[in-house]
Design a binder for this molecule. Structure first.
Ligand code: LLP
Length: 427
């Protein structure tokens, strides 16, 4: 992230604090989050659209109460996808009207909680859920604002990045075959629902705008169809999240202002062609906001050189704090951060301490040949989908999240303890 430098001893510092101090104070592994960077990314997204769009941070990437407060202060909204995320958002004081509830199988309890709290929108994902939300809103005497999540129906094999917009998957209501149009009819038939817009999320870690073009084109075509059939112009379009970030130096992501410009142009052009007023746009970046703000700090426990192959470097975490390498074959980079080294670079694999060969953090990396137990390694870009997907596999204790800013470090999520684990074990 932006405030990472090396001090005169060769120790990496972030937000004005060196990593050796961070490791001493908070232990390893730990997620180190640069608060200024997080806030700057929020502002960049907010300002990119010049106030003409609403930015909903996708809480699934990483959520804590401190994060909710930063979002609130920076003028962002929040997309939650479970009762747990909703509870976190409300307990940290996010106004309910700035919250959107997502999910392909929201429970009755989750819907009730959201409607009662007065969330700004619920994104409907099926016919059954439409009836469910309508019934709950009616019973609670509310008129709930909703969007309909559509899947724009692009075959997955054309571009792998549109992997949640193709037909054969669980999310949303299919545009092809008239299913989405039927959902619109049903929603409009419920007095307890206020249909405010159409939602599309095409996938994640996307580097190319063409998938958004297809989505916008088809969503706008649906808006035109709704106008023709029902005489209403829906005021909102949400194009979801999914903007990619750099995990390695080879990745070349777009900046928020480039994305904003291109999404605005696409929607404006498509609406002009369909003779529609341009609806209010919203987006839901998760990874692009929090991903780059954080690195995971690990301590090396053992190094095992396998002749002619590579050196296995074992760190004190692994697949329990970063499942993405094992699950998606994701690529990460890694650096020695507690000192500099002039030793020859050796081909290495950074692995965790779990009981699986697939417990890999960084598949291929060059690390100095004098790497030794006690050295600290940093794996950058672990802010999204690492702590939020962390597990207790092998009864690992999930690492803390430490926010650094202006030379100060503070815990925003503490490390789990054995008492935390045992508290759940009531047998
Ligand atoms: N909106 C909706 C409706 C979503 O389903 C998602 C992500 C987002 C927004 C945010 O997408 P982002 O901007 O973060 O790409 N665990 C996977 C990613 C799963 C994304 C799920 N939905 C990973 O680690 O890559």
């Amino acid at each position: 992230s932006r405030t990472v430098t090396r001090n005169t001893d060769g120790v990496v510092t972030v937000g004005g604090i060196d990593v050796v101090r961070l490791a001493e104070e908070f232990g390893t592994p730990a997620y180190i989050l640069d608060e200024d960077d997080f806030r700057a990314r929020c502002r960049a997204w907010h300002e990119a659209f010049g106030g003409q769009a609403d930015v909903f941070y996708a809480g699934k990437a990483f959520l804590s109460r401190a994060v909710v407060r930063w979002l609130y202060e920076e003028g962002l909204n929040l997309d939650v996808c479970s009762g747990g995320e909703l509870a976190t958002a409300l307990s940290a004081g996010m106004p309910a009207e700035r919250i959107a509830l997502h999910g392909n199988n929201k429970s009755v309890a989750e819907i009730e909680r959201a409607v009662e709290a007065g969330v700004g929108r619920i994104v409907l994902d099926s016919f059954q859920e439409t009836a469910r939300v309508a019934g709950i809103a009616e019973r609670l005497g509310r008129r709930q604002r909703v969007q309909i999540r559509v899947t724009v129906g692009v075959e997955a094999h054309t571009h792998e990045f549109i992997a949640t917009a193709h037909e054969d998957q669980k999310f949303g209501i299919a545009l092809p075959g008239g299913h989405a149009a039927e959902a619109v009819r049903r929603v409009l038939g419920h007095g307890s629902l206020e249909l405010v817009g159409i939602h599309s999320h095409i996938g994640s870690q996307i580097f190319d705008m063409s998938g958004f073009e297809v989505a916008a084109h088809r969503v706008v075509a649906l808006l035109a169809q709704i106008r023709d059939e029902h005489g209403v112009e829906l005021p909102e379009i949400d194009l979801g999240g999914g903007l990619g970030i750099a995990y390695t130096p080879d990745d070349d992501p777009c900046e928020p202002h480039e994305i904003a410009k291109s999404l605005t142009e696409i929607v404006t052009r498509e609406c002009a062609a369909a003779g529609l007023a341009v609806p209010r746009l919203s987006v839901e970046p998760g990874r692009a906001i929090v991903g780059p703000t954080t690195f995971t700090l690990y301590e090396v426990g053992t190094t095992k050189p396998l002749e002619t192959l590579r050196t296995y470097v074992s760190v004190d975490g692994g697949m329990s704090d970063n499942i993405r390498t094992a699950l998606y074959d994701a690529e990460y980079s890694v650096a020695l951060v507690s000192r500099t080294s002039d030793a020859e670079p050796m081909l290495s694999r950074v692995v965790g301490k779990h009981c699986e060969s697939g417990d890999i953090v960084v598949r291929d990396a060059f690390l100095p040949a004098d790497l030794a137990p006690g050295d600290l390694l940093a794996v950058p870009a672990t802010g999204a989908y690492c702590r939020s997907m962390a597990s207790n596999y092998n009864h690992a204790l999930r690492p803390p999240v430490v926010a650094v800013k202006d030379g100060q470090a503070r815990l925003i999520v503490r490390r789990e303890t054995e008492e935390d684990l045992l508290r759940l074990d009531v047998g």
